[in-house]
Design a protein around this ligand. Structure first.
Ligand code: NOJ
Ligand code: CA
Length: 713
């Protein structure tokens, strides 16, 4: 009896001291977890036998307390398997499989008599892990000084990176080896209205890398709730990335109360670039939605009184006053500047255009008082979100839009005066409901108030979620600009239909985006969730709207169409002005036709920084839409149509670059051709430098319409 007992103890200690191994359901990944001789938890990850993450330390440094970094012993391990298929409210596909093997390691820190759990989920496309802090006698409130999670990479990978920053992601992506980051950092930090970089080798997530032996690796986080956003600090001698959390105004990085947990740290890996784009790992690591009724959440195609202000053709502000005091300044006595775009007559023109061309909604920016001194003054009471300028008639526009079958989209620029926004939030949402608005674009331009807080800190992350949850009480959908980068939370809160959190189309009017920008974003920013990129700019010379603005759009017109497919979002804007679309109605037809919600998605070609071609099947139909975007070099794209139903015939309309198109010298040169396609069709399609193409593939029910149409080749 005694002998058996001793043998059992030996086995238990033996198995818990040695590395714990976990494999993905298809065995392509293997994870090893162990505690080193100092009692520090470590992990390593392999994919198809290749090292992705070498032995890397895990832990957290605490303030005024012994840290969770050493002195741990494994107390227990549990493994389990999970396999379910769920249906997103909106998405790139109609069903998502969530299939993983799990290892939960309970770790005891003897000296403090505290326990933490590290939970690993290994999927067929990568790894997620998080720290959990169960309820216990010796752990209640604690403050995080820094998270100490390492990602020790296997080499000097090619990396698509943004400078690490606690306030903005509105940078151009730099493509370089890891070892070159330090040398390129200074030039990469371009000005922004609020920015706080933290190191010469600090970078943001989602971080996309490619190893010299062809592995595609993406590091990000999932379910960023009640915690600070993750950045990564690179040790460029050893190629080890380590977590850096966003601090608060006094330098602390997280206020925790057990039981609690961190967000998931995610590593997506594939030997094909397409595998990164196909991954649903980040969504799968978020909780299912708690909303009982989601029928009010609908994908939206919209236009807006917006680009004319971004380009400098018109103003957000009503007047040229240099200072405004809400409730004191009497706007009925103020002389208008004559450049205020959000006036009733002009907004009606947008509503007419939206109604005529089948758009769901019209966004109007600059409708509410306060824009005269909204920015750069760190003024607290900037907007009240309910008081329109005298030339914007809310009720009349509500009735007009309703009569035309168009929704109004609200705009709440907070100017980062966040306390002020929260004070007004209920009234602001109520005002929206009363006036027929069911979606809001919010914005967080400039430095944060409370002063010293950062856009990506725990305090702000709690605010963004508060605004989303409160919006749901009013059945309002949210599209937050300058907010923290998404981490798949739209699974839980599907009324979060968009975010900006990257350098959007607006930068085409502020000096331009790199020609390869949209071949990178799907591998980086979009890994966390959809982006309100606001494509569809047909007038590529900004000086056509504002002679003083010499920026130009770094894309051909045809590629602007492709972005509706390649830049996935359930919220898509036609960014340009109606007067311009009226000049290009044949090309505009694609924007009218393209869907915003999908049953299926096929990644046809992909290489980050070079090209992306995607086909998507429109929700509830047999119609497909294809988009292809390439870098400044141009190329010939070769695709097939074998995803089409072989029993069906389709008319394809191809919107492509003309032979002489070029994003710098001849961006508006496009051609449109129609033809028959079937599941057997193969296509070689030229893409100009900075160009691309878009195709609508519509099922033909009546073969008579095919008469005279040639097959596409
Ligand atoms: C920045 C946003 O990204 C842009 O879309 C908006 O027009 C301005 N802020 C003003 O709120
Ligand atoms: Ca912005």
């Amino acid at each position: 009896m005694r002998k058996t007992f001793i043998t059992m103890c030996f086995c238990l200690i033996g198995s818990l001291t040695f590395a714990q191994e976990l494999r993905s359901p298809d065995s392509s990944f293997s994870l090893q977890f162990s505690v080193n001789d100092k009692g520090t938890p470590t992990y390593q990850l392999k994919y198809k036998g290749k090292s992705v993450i070498k032995t890397s330390k895990m832990g957290l440094e605490l303030k005024d307390s012994i840290s969770f970094q050493e002195g741990f012993a494994i107390a227990d391990t549990k493994t389990s398997t999970f396999d379910e298929t769920w249906k997103p409210v909106w998405g790139e596909v109609s069903q998502i499989r969530n299939h993983y093997n799990e290892l939960a390691v309970t770790l005891d820190q003897k000296s403090t008599q505290r326990t933490i759990i590290i939970r690993f989920r290994l999927f067929n496309d990568g790894l997620g892990f998080r720290y959990e802090f169960p309820e216990q006698k010796n752990l209640n409130y604690f403050i995080i000084k820094e998270e100490k999670t390492q990602f020790a990479l296997a080499g000097d990978h090619k990396t698509f990176w943004l400078p690490g920053d606690y306030d903005t992601q509105e940078y151009s992506t730099v493509t370089s080896d890891l070892s070159e980051i330090r040398g390129k950092m200074k030039a990469a930090v371009t000005p922004n209205s609020s920015q706080t970089t933290f190191s010469d080798t600090g970078v943001q997530t989602p971080l996309m890398m490619k190893s010299k032996d062809g592995l595609y690796i993406n590091i990000h986080e999932a379910a960023l709730i009640d915690y600070s956003c993750l950045s990564l600090e690179l040790d460029d001698k050893n190629f080890i990335l380590e977590s850096v959390l966003t601090p608060d105004a006094i330098g602390n990085k997280g206020y925790m109360q057990a039981p609690t947990k961190t967000p998931w740290r995610t590593i997506i890996v594939s030997d094909k670039a397409a595998g990164i784009l196909e991954s649903k790992l980040v969504l799968n690591l978020n909780e299912p939605t708690k909303f009982k009724d989601t029928s009010w959440i609908k994908p939206v195609k919209y236009i807006g009184v917006w680009w004319e202000m971004i380009t400098g053709k018109s103003n957000w502000a009503y007047s040229d006053l240099s200072s405004v005091q809400l409730g004191v300044t009497d706007f009925s006595k103020v002389t208008p500047s004559g450049k205020h775009a959000a006036n009733t007559a002009h907004v009606k023109e947008y509503i007419d255009f939206a109604s005529k061309h089948g758009f769901d909604a019209v966004l109007v920016e600059g409708w509410n008082v306060g824009w005269e001194d909204w920015f750069g003054k760190t003024k607290d009471y900037v907007f009240d979100f309910v008081t329109p300028y005298p030339d914007f008639d809310v009720k009349e526009l509500h009735n007009y839009a309703k009569s035309k079958g168009v929704k109004m989209m609200m705009h709440h620029e907070t100017s980062s005066s966040v306390r002020n926004y929260e004070r007004h939030l209920d009234t602001a949402y109520k005002f929206m409901v009363e006036n027929g608005y069911n979606s809001v674009k919010s914005g967080y331009v400039g430095n944060m108030i409370p002063r010293g807080e950062h856009h990506y800190g725990q305090w702000m992350n709690n605010h963004y979620l508060y605004a989303i949850e409160k919006a749901a009480d009013y059945k309002i959908m949210v599209n937050a600009h300058e907010a923290v980068r998404p981490t798949g939370m739209s699974r839980t809160y599907p009324n979060l239909i968009g975010n900006e959190s990257a350098r959007g189309t607006e930068y085409e009017a502020f000096g331009g985006n790199n020609a390869d920008h949209t071949t990178i974003l799907p591998f980086t920013r979009l890994i966390g969730g959809p982006m309100d990129y606001t494509p569809g700019i047909f007038e590529t010379k900004i000086s056509a709207y504002n002679p003083e603005n010499n920026s130009f759009v770094h894309s051909t017109l045809a590629r602007q169409l492709a972005l509706y497919v390649t830049m996935y979002s359930p919220l898509q804007m036609a960014g340009d002005l109606p007067e311009t679309y009226n000049k290009f109605l044949d090309a505009f037809q694609f924007i009218k036709d393209v869907a915003v919600d999908w049953d299926d998605t096929k990644i046809l070609e992909a290489e980050p920084g070079d090209y992306i071609t995607i086909a998507r099947k429109a929700k509830g139909t047999e119609n497909w839409f294809i988009g292809s975007s390439c870098d400044e070099n141009g190329r010939v794209s070769k695709i097939n149509f074998n995803y089409l139903d072989p029993a069906k015939k389709y008319i394809a309309t191809i919107y492509s670059d003309a032979k002489d198109a070029h994003y710098e010298t001849n961006p508006q040169a496009y051609q449109i051709r129609k033809g028959l396609v079937t599941s057997k069709t193969k296509l070689s399609q030229y893409c100009a430098p900075g160009g691309g193409y878009a195709i609508s593939v519509m099922e033909v029910k009546d073969s008579a319409v095919l008469k005279g149409l040639k097959a596409i080749k």
